[in-house]
Ligand binder design. Structure first.
Ligand SMILES: Cc1cc2nc3c(=O)[nH]c(=O)nc-3n(C[C@H](O)[C@H](O)[C@H](O)COP(=O)(O)OP(=O)(O)OC[C@H]3O[C@@H](n4cnc5c(N)ncnc54)[C@H](O)[C@@H]3O)c2cc1C
Length: 653
């Protein structure tokens, strides 16, 4: 298919939307596999989560390739599958392609640590039974992006930056919907002042959808500010989703968004709660843990156990997240980490053997937390320094934040949407993970998904009729509809105020502490807000307002779908699992007789651990449907070499 550039319409064989680690690799793999005309469309190469975030030691999870411990695709698949509610066939693909995906990054020049014999060093990450993790430091995903961008430029893959996709185009085909491309706003022209919104149409037979996680849905969020995500576009277009109820939450600094995991906790700082006016400063963990030693041990453990985990309460380290939540969300106070002073009663001789031995081995038995942090990981201090925060002097404001969505859009074993053919959700927007996942599995899944989608697109018989003219006609009608929607806006509230409303709602009801009654009310309010925005638009004073208004409609829709799915899950009785607990007025265990006496926490219902929650919106009937399906087991595969060799020649593999 030729590139066409008339009246702002472009045509390609395949388009990748989104330039995070996943989208960039998808574009590269499509180009390497000889797909003739490929384009990458994105808000910008410096946008998204991958290039703007990291963590203490940002992790990539891959199959074991070093040392004396044996590993295999099946063993790794089992570790992924052990996270529950994940399909076994997807786990096997993510495991089987992990070596290929990792070595691809290595061959692009990313220097994952290896020994003189070429073995890649690995360490144990959370939910990892054997030690498969690798990293290049705090900015692994940023390095991945930088090397992939360089390679795409070298290969002269066409890149459209400054584009905000505002709608997906679909056609009916064989009683099913198929993807036909997308509509975007050219933001560079919009930002350059006062002109009419410039819509562009991108028509393609295949669309790789790599728009990242739902960063713009939560107020308390460690996703970078620049990243909002666009899962709402696909949900509106009829792509099904799964496990939307499973996300990961954890403590993060809020002024500069960064997880306070690993060494930040191992240095054992003190936790301060401060009143709104800056007065009434007090350490609050002691109220619950009772002894200073326990406060220090739990703080240290939080380093290894960063995401909030419903299994680690009431006795474990996740109680810290709950106590922080109580201070910030219920009492309306602010919480700070203070690295200048030790927690009350800190005594290195009295902390757990594990903590003492770690601090001793790291030469970090110094007298203050910041000195200990300096000894463990000086980069952790300079990172904040680069963002104007001096841990030697400043206290670090924190909250429990949304970090990752394990669920997302559904995909088959080639990452193609079962509901929308020719549409491939890859990266975080693909909800391949279950309740728990090993740290680093997100980056692996994104790279693997990119390989699978590219292989599928490049191999399939794409000679069937594709009605590009009809797609263009649908695009032009849609542009007209969107222009009219903007023109007739009569809402007094602008997009910022509407966005803040749904972000607040998500953080209050759909984060790590949930309740059936709260969710039910939040779900109703969410749909009401969506209907109101659809009817009234937003107050618009500039072209930028109009663009953000279009972004808001899909974000608002997505938040309503998430709340709908989460309330369905809680009403079904899933109970507390993964990174969320469910409070109940009727049943459940009390956490603490004194401190949180009104809190009763529902237990996890094991029946749902073997199932996947599916969600689908049908715009025809304007209805949303949820249902539990049994998860598929890890398949036994026929690896008989001669059979597979024959299938390669017949190209039927
Ligand atoms: C603080 C933090 C720490 C993390 N640590 C780890 C870790 O250690 N290990 C791990 O595996 N994972 C980690 N993750 C998760 C991981 O970083 C992300 O899941 C991953 O980077 C997402 O990559 P992606 O390519 O799917 O999306 P992104 O990198 O978010 O890219 C999305 C792209 O889509 C574009 N886009 C979105 N909407 C539109 C639109 N409408 N129009 C045009 N373009 C659009 C964006 O601009 C961007 O280019 C962490 C996440 C956070 C926030």
């Amino acid at each position: 298919m030729k590139t066409r550039n008339d009246s702002n319409a472009f045509m390609f064989d395949a388009i990748v939307l989104g330039s995070g680690a996943a989208g960039l690799n998808a574009a590269l793999q499509l180009s390497l596999r000889g797909v003739r005309s490929v384009a990458l469309v994105s808000e910008g190469l410096q946008m998204g989560t991958s290039i703007n975030t990291g963590s203490d030691k940002q992790t990539y999870y891959k199959i074991g390739m070093s040392g004396k411990n044996p590993d295999s695709n099946y063993l790794m698949a089992q570790s992924l599958y052990d996270g529950f509610s994940m399909h076994g066939d997807i786990a096997l693909v993510e495991a089987s392609l992990s070596a290929r995906a990792f070595l691809n990054l290595h061959s692009l020049g990313i220097r994952f640590p290896s020994d003189p014999y070429g073995q890649f060093a690995a360490y144990k990450t959370d939910h990892d039974p054997v030690g498969r993790a690798s990293s290049v430091g705090p900015y692994t995903s940023r390095e991945i992006c930088r090397f992939l961008i360089e390679e795409l430029k070298r290969r002269e893959v066409k890149i459209f930056e400054g584009r905000l996709a505002v709608a997906l185009l679909t056609l009916d085909e064989n009683e099913k919907k198929r993807s036909a491309g997308l509509l975007a706003l050219n933001m560079s022209e919009t930002a350059s002042g006062g002109k009419k919104l410039k819509f562009e149409t991108f028509i393609s037979k295949d669309l790789v959808f790599a728009v990242g996680g739902p960063g713009g849905l939560y107020k308390r969020s460690v996703y970078p500010h620049v990243h909002t995500g666009s899962i709402g576009l696909a949900l509106m277009a009829g792509a099904g989703a799964q496990n939307l109820c499973e996300s990961q939450f954890g403590m993060a600094s809020t002024k500069f968004r960064w997880n306070v995991s690993g060494s930040y906790m191992q240095a054992v700082p003190s936790f301060l709660s401060v009143g709104k006016d800056g007065g009434d400063r007090r350490e609050f963990l002691l109220d619950y843990f009772k002894s200073p030693e326990r406060v220090c041990d739990m703080t240290f453990l939080k380093g290894y156990q960063w995401p909030f985990d419903s299994r680690k309460i009431p006795a474990g380290s996740s109680m810290i997240d709950i106590l922080v939540h109580v201070e910030t969300e219920i009492k309306g106070r602010r919480v700070f980490l203070d690295f200048k002073s030790n927690p009350h009663g800190f005594d290195a001789a009295k902390i757990s053997d594990e903590a003492r031995s770690y601090l001793m081995k790291s030469g970090a038995l110094a007298s203050s937390p910041v000195e200990r942090l300096m000894a463990i990981n000086p980069a952790a201090i300079s990172l904040y320094m680069e963002h104007g925060i001096n841990l030697f002097q400043d206290e670090l404001g924190i909250a429990v934040c949304a970090q990752h969505n394990n669920g997302g859009l559904s995909g088959d074993t080639w990452w193609e949407s079962p509901d929308l053919s020719h549409f491939y959700p890859v990266g975080e927007v693909n909800g391949s993970h279950g309740v728990y996942r090993p740290g680093g599995a997100a980056l692996n899944a994104g790279q693997v998904g990119a390989f699978r989608a590219a292989e599928h697109i490049s191999r399939k018989d794409n000679t069937s009729a594709f009605n590009a003219d009809l797609a263009l006609k649908i695009a032009s009608d849609k542009i007209q509809e969107l222009r009219e929607w903007i023109a007739k806006s009569r809402n007094r509230r602008d997009w910022r105020s509407e966005r803040s409303e749904f972000q607040d709602r998500m953080s209050s009801h759909a984060a790590h502490i949930r309740s059936e009654s709260g969710l039910c009310a939040a779900r109703d309010a969410a749909w009401e807000q969506f209907r109101r925005i659809k009817l009234e638009g937003h107050a618009i004073e500039s072209e930028e307002d109009a663009a953000e208004s279009l972004r808001n409609i899909q974000l608002c829709f997505a938040h309503a779908v998430y709340l709908d799915a989460i309330s369905f899950a809680v009403e079904s009785g899933v109970g507390s699992r993964g990174s969320a607990i469910v409070l109940s007025e009727k049943d459940g265990d009390q956490i603490d007789a004194d401190l949180l006496k009104e809190w009763r926490i529902q237990n996890c219902n094991p029946l749902f651990l073997e199932q996947v929650l599916e969600t689908k919106f049908s715009d025809g009937s304007a209805q949303i449907r949820h249902g539990w399906v049994p998860r598929r087991p890890i398949p036994e595969s026929d690896l008989w070499f001669e059979t597979l060799l024959k299938s390669i020649s017949a190209n039927v593999q």
